[in-house]
Design a protein around this ligand. Structure first.
Ligand SMILES: Nc1ncnc2c1ncn2[C@@H]1O[C@H](COP(=O)(O)OP(=O)(O)OP(=O)(O)O)[C@@H](O)[C@H]1O
Ligand SMILES: [Mg+2]
Length: 283
């Protein structure tokens, strides 16, 4: 069984029309002066994981957050999308402030943001086949998800329909991550948050999964928030980069500018530690 199969684009033009998110001038996400503290349960000690961070993601934009392990990337992404520890500061998702939005509105907004995690097997329910997992999502959001059938959806992430009856342990890491991406895609989100989506995968399939994310972004118009400590990945996928260091954003800008002429000492160190990640002209 090959890792991935070229199946064309099942689902047809009708599905393609429904896939594209509506054009809008409203930024997908605006984070204004976010502060997130974690409290150590045993010692009661408070640790500031995100320290006065602001960022903005326009519709369809691809934004990266990079930084060393423990710099606060995941905490920032989870708080910013309303999925993790809330924190202080204003977060506007598709123009709605998360601090003032009602429950009903929040339920409506939730599917607009989909997260793809580092460990695909850890994010799938081991007791559910791919098909029954998709059925559950369809039951939760019948109208959002009726634009494509299961076979068509799997085709979009280049997986054969036979995989529908497999359980997570019967999938390779690359296949499982494609299933996670398919589940995200099914919801037609306006924002896909990808938290180290390839770092748990075999090197041989990392490039395929990245190419898939890029293609999905191009075909759906969804914005992407990519979290990574791999600058080569960021360079190949993102327009804008924010460099985090100890909970703070120490440098931001278009990838081309930041990688070619980093201003911050820490950014320079990150780049120096990643040979080949330095921006080179693609011309
Ligand atoms: N639930 C939690 N409770 C207490 N501390 C936490 C919690 N989650 C994260 N932290 C701490 O907050 C800091 C930031 O963690 P976070 O997971 O956001 O970093 P990260 O940049 O995503 O790191 P990595 O690259 O390793 O994934 C770390 O020091 C971490 O130990
Ligand atoms: Mg993380």
């Amino acid at each position: 069984m090959p890792e991935a199969v070229e199946t064309g684009v099942p689902g047809g033009d009708v599905a393609a029309r429904h896939l594209r998110t509506p054009e809008t001038d409203t930024p997908v996400l605006v984070v204004d002066d976010l502060v997130v503290d974690h409290r150590n349960r045993s010692t009661g000690e408070v640790f500031r994981a995100v320290d006065h961070v602001s960022l903005r993601i326009e519709a369809g934009q691809s934004v990266a957050v990079v930084g060393e392990s423990g710099s606060g990337k995941t905490t920032l992404a989870m708080a910013a999308t309303g999925l993790g520890t809330r924190g202080e500061g204003d977060i506007r998702l598709l123009g709605h402030s998360l601090s003032s939005v009602g429950r009903k509105e929040l339920r409506r907004l939730r599917p607009e943001v989909q997260v793809v995690f580092q460990d695909p097997h850890g994010s799938l329910d081991p007791r559910q086949s791919v098909r029954s997992g998709l059925r559950e999502l369809r039951t939760l959001q019948p109208r959002r998800t009726d634009w494509i059938d299961d076979t068509g959806l799997l085709g979009r992430v280049r997986l054969a329909p036979e995989l529908l009856d497999r359980y997570p342990h019967q999938l390779s890491g690359g296949q499982a991550q494609r299933v996670c991406i398919a589940r995200a895609l099914l919801m037609r989100p306006r924002l896909i948050v990808a938290d180290e989506p390839t770092s748990g995968l075999d090197v041989s399939v990392q490039a395929d999964v990245l190419a898939l994310l890029k293609e999905i972004r191009a075909t759906t118009g969804a914005a992407l928030l990519m979290i990574s400590h791999d600058l080569a990945v960021v360079r190949s996928v993102c327009d804008v980069v924010h460099v985090m260091y100890r909970g703070r954003v120490v440098e931001s800008g278009p990838c081309e500018t930041v990688f070619a002429t980093p201003e911050n000492e820490y950014t320079r160190e990150l780049l120096a530690a990643m040979p080949g990640a330095r921006w080179r002209s693609r011309r």
